[in-house]
Design a protein around this ligand. Structure first.
Ligand SMILES: Nc1ncnc2c1ncn2[C@@H]1O[C@H](COP(=O)(O)OP(=O)(O)OP(=O)(O)O)[C@@H](O)[C@H]1O
Ligand SMILES: [Mg+2]
Length: 311
């Protein structure tokens, strides 16, 4: 049995014309780290809310650990942990009290509680802040505490909705490592949403790319990037109306122009930058910068939608 099975899930909010979640299907294996990557409004939170029984689907089915999210809510809730996009800690309580309260709700015995609280505090490195009221925590500390709270009761599946939103790069990387450790040490199946492509690339074993309620591509980050195939050259330049000269070069597979930046996808093989520079010079096009890079999940999104994730 898969940890999660989603079939043709649809959610329409009343008053909204198009569906927020539009016939999505996917499954997640036990112990897998799965990500939903997409821009604002793609439907990621809506999907998570349905899978965690907070919202009723308009149609379709979803099963968590074999339990149907519409018919067997209690069993689903006992099988999962959730870290919501919006912070949901009690700011007047200390970190330890927040964890203790949650552990009691999940019926963890008094005997087990203290030890388990120490264990989860250790994983997110908050042992020395455990007795401070959460009101005095930094944003990163709050997020780490929410993560600890999410898995304290040994859930089979942990849902993380934008786990690192608004955090600085350093804190973000630490959270990525805690998530990986959690998956390694406790074997928890993880589903996370993000609009941060590096996050999806670095943590997730498979990624579903979401746009306008639909999953437009789903595979391992490597396979998704391999779809783009070759290296990409981005040129910051003022093409005027002459951009198309690059499109005609025989080694250029794909040409896109966006916000004064031309991105060329090239066949594998020798570097063609000198040829590109020569063409620009011949046409009198001034190049401000050149950047050669490997494809990212952003390029995959651009490939399927013609847009960037952050717009
Ligand atoms: N309670 C609601 N009532 C009506 N429409 C809603 C409601 N919640 C979300 N929506 C709409 O559903 C769509 C998907 O929203 P959702 O919050 O699921 O997106 P998201 O991918 O999580 O975005 P973000 O990256 O900004 O968190 C959006 O168009 C949003 O306006
Ligand atoms: Mg969201």
């Amino acid at each position: 049995m898969e940890a999660i099975e989603v079939r043709n899930l649809v959610k329409r909010y009343s008053g909204n014309g198009s569906a927020a979640v539009d016939h999505i299907s996917f499954s997640v294996g036990n112990g897998e780290i799965f990500g939903l990557l997409g821009p604002n409004g793609a439907g990621k939170t809506t999907a998570i809310k349905i899978l965690t029984t907070m919202l009723k689907p308009s149609s379709g089915t979803a099963k968590i650990a074999g339990f149907d999210v519409s018919k067997d809510k209690d069993s689903v809730r006992k099988s999962i942990g959730v870290v919501f996009q919006e912070p949901s800690l009690d700011w007047r309580l200390t970190g330890r009290e927040n964890l203790d309260f949650h552990a009691r709700i999940y019926g963890i015995s008094r005997k087990e509680r203290a030890g388990r609280i120490e264990e989860v505090l250790k994983l997110v490195e908050l042992e020395d802040k455990a007795d401070m009221v959460v009101d005095k925590y930094s944003g990163g500390m709050k997020r780490r505490l929410e993560l600890a709270r999410g898995f304290i009761h040994h859930p089979k599946v942990l849902f993380l909705d934008e786990p690192t939103l608004g955090l600085d790069t350093h804190t973000r990387r630490r959270i990525w490592d805690y998530i990986k450790e959690l998956n390694d040490n406790e074997g928890i199946t993880l589903v996370l949403t993000t609009h941060h492509m590096e996050e999806a690339d670095y943590i997730c074993e498979r990624v579903g790319i979401m746009d306008r309620g639909k999953i437009i591509a789903l595979d391992t980050p490597k396979n998704l990037k391999d779809l783009i195939g070759s290296d990409l050259v981005s040129l910051e330049m003022n093409t005027g109306s002459k951009g198309a000269v690059f499109k005609k070069l025989e080694f250029v597979i794909d040409y896109r122009e966006h916000d004064g930046v031309v991105t060329l996808q090239m066949e594998r093989g020798d570097l063609k930058i000198p040829t590109i520079m020569a063409v620009a010079q011949r046409e009198g096009i001034e190049i401000k910068s050149v950047n050669l890079r490997k494809p990212s999940l952003e390029d995959v999104f651009l490939h399927f939608t013609g847009r960037r994730i952050r717009e």
